[in-house]
Ligand binder design. Structure first.
Ligand SMILES: Cc1cc2nc3c(=O)[nH]c(=O)nc-3n(C[C@H](O)[C@H](O)[C@H](O)COP(=O)(O)OP(=O)(O)OC[C@H]3O[C@@H](n4cnc5c(N)ncnc54)[C@H](O)[C@@H]3O)c2cc1C
Length: 430
């Protein structure tokens, strides 16, 4: 083997040039490379699992501060008492047991990209051959004066599932009869485009039974929203939408967005000074990539991480790949389903790069179900491709929103929503 680098040796062995008998054990047990995954959400879990499935010689470590993961998908169902926080929680045990993924319960404090090394909050340092960054989102705390991370402990955004979601649910339960819940929706791009409207639906379902004179007002900085016609048709069917007694009102404030919060009076204030007071305030702030991505200077002026879509490599660092909500994969929306799809394409690219192979041109998928009521589901789907100029575009004619005149179809879609959720969790974490 004298004169052969490890990479040349592996290439020769794979090509059958070298006899394998003498080095079989080495090939089976040696670690080819260390891939570190930052964040154990849908993107991180899926990429770790897929890497190990594709090439068991790669050592894969997920760094994640939480010892278990609480899924945002289906977390809106908590407001309609259709699911419990425990049912939303996923353990990392199967990734360890079934795929030998190493899980380190810690937070990445610093990425030293020049040294290909990360420093954890605990002080430990870890080297990587490739880093996959999947840390999700953070919030633009400077966009609504008076609303910051501390105030969000009083008026929860509930856009990272867990204690925030439970707090918002408790506030809804404690709301006086005939009270008002105000949802301040975020501007594009943000995590889960249909999420605020599914949340309003699930809250309306609960109010209808327990507080029927209550009201949900959505203030939106957008002129339109995801699956709008389907949501509005469902709201009209179940919640009186469009009538004086509607449980849900939607107002576009496209030219006059919410810019201020007065905590003492539970009032949000728009750019032109319009005031909206509520009993329960759910402010979902504008978003950007998680802090670690910003701090490592992997974001651009948009606040998201630009990548080469075919490999998910950061435009600013060839050895760092970014996937999931933190990455800019537009027009692919920021969803768990899309994160799962981006993760699989990324794993293929990383394995190709580590084996000196060319990267296959990927496709990506997204499907997003929402419940309008427990018996009424709606969905949107998209298929995406890499164009010759290396940008992503939607495949024309594939996907779209679910339209059907078939009796019972909405009931079926509600069931599909539950199945899709379980299958996505299984596909990513088990
Ligand atoms: C209310 C709601 C409903 C939704 N419904 C759906 C739906 O029905 N279908 C769908 O497809 N999507 C849905 N989504 C969107 C979906 O939750 C996200 O798109 C998805 O979670 C993105 O996955 P991710 O892995 O990129 O980020 P995340 O799931 O946020 O995971 C990121 C992980 O990184 C960790 N992390 C962050 N910083 C660090 C650090 N410095 N060191 C180590 N770890 C770190 C975090 O702790 C976190 O666990 C919904 C979202 C919301 C809010």
């Amino acid at each position: 083997m004298a004169g052969l680098s490890r990479r040349q040796f592996l290439q020769a062995a794979v090509a059958g040039v070298l006899p394998l008998s003498g080095c079989r054990k080495w090939l089976q047990t040696a670690t080819k490379a260390h891939v570190v995954v930052v964040g154990g959400g849908f993107a991180g879990a899926t990429v770790a699992k897929t890497l190990r499935l594709l090439d068991s010689a790669i050592k894969v470590t997920i760094i994640e501060p939480k010892s278990y993961y609480i899924t945002c998908p289906a977390s809106n169902w908590l407001f309609a008492d259709l699911i419990t926080q425990q049912q939303l929680s996923v353990s990392y045990q199967a990734l360890k047991d079934n795929y030998a993924v190493d899980i380190l319960t810690d937070r990445v404090a610093v990425i030293e990209s020049a040294r290909r090394r990360i420093c954890l909050a605990s002080g430990q340092q870890i080297s990587y051959d490739r880093l996959i960054l999947s840390p999700g989102i953070s919030f633009r705390w400077d966009s609504i004066a008076g609303y910051d991370a501390q105030v969000a402990e009083i008026f929860p955004h509930a856009w990272q599932a867990g204690p925030q979601t439970q707090l918002l649910q408790q506030q809804m339960h404690a709301m006086p009869k005939g009270g008002v819940i105000l949802i301040a929706a975020p501007p594009d791009p943000y995590r889960c485009p249909p999420g605020p409207y599914e949340r309003a639906s699930m809250m309306a379902y609960w109010l209808k039974q327990h507080n029927p004179r209550g009201k949900i007002i959505i203030l939106d900085p957008k002129r339109s929203f995801s699956k709008q016609a389907l949501f509005e048709a469902g709201w009209a069917k179940y919640y009186g939408y469009g009538t004086a007694n509607s449980l849900i009102e939607w107002h576009s404030l496209a030219d006059n967005p919410i810019t201020q919060l007065d905590v003492a009076s539970r009032t949000v204030i728009s750019d032109f000074g319009d005031r909206f007071t509520a009993d329960v305030l759910n402010i979902i702030p504008p978003q950007l990539a998680a802090d670690i991505a910003v701090q490592t200077e992997l974001t651009d002026e948009s606040g998201w991480c630009p990548v080469r879509p075919e490999s998910s490599q950061s435009l600013f660092d060839d050895f760092i790949h970014v996937i999931g909500d933190a990455a800019h994969f537009a027009p692919i929306p920021k969803s768990a389903f899309a994160a799962n799809s981006e993760a699989k394409a990324c794993a293929l690219a990383v394995v190709a790069l580590l084996n000196d192979k060319s990267i296959a041109s990927p496709n990506w998928l997204n499907t997003c179900y929402s419940l309008v009521s427990p018996e009424h589901g709606i969905s949107v789907a998209g298929v995406y491709k890499l164009d010759a100029d290396k940008t992503v575009s939607a495949v024309v004619g594939a996907g779209g929103v679910s339209h059907s005149s078939v009796a019972g179809y909405r009931l079926q879609e509600a069931e599909y929503a539950r199945i899709a959720y379980r299958s996505l969790v299984n596909n990513s974490f088990f």
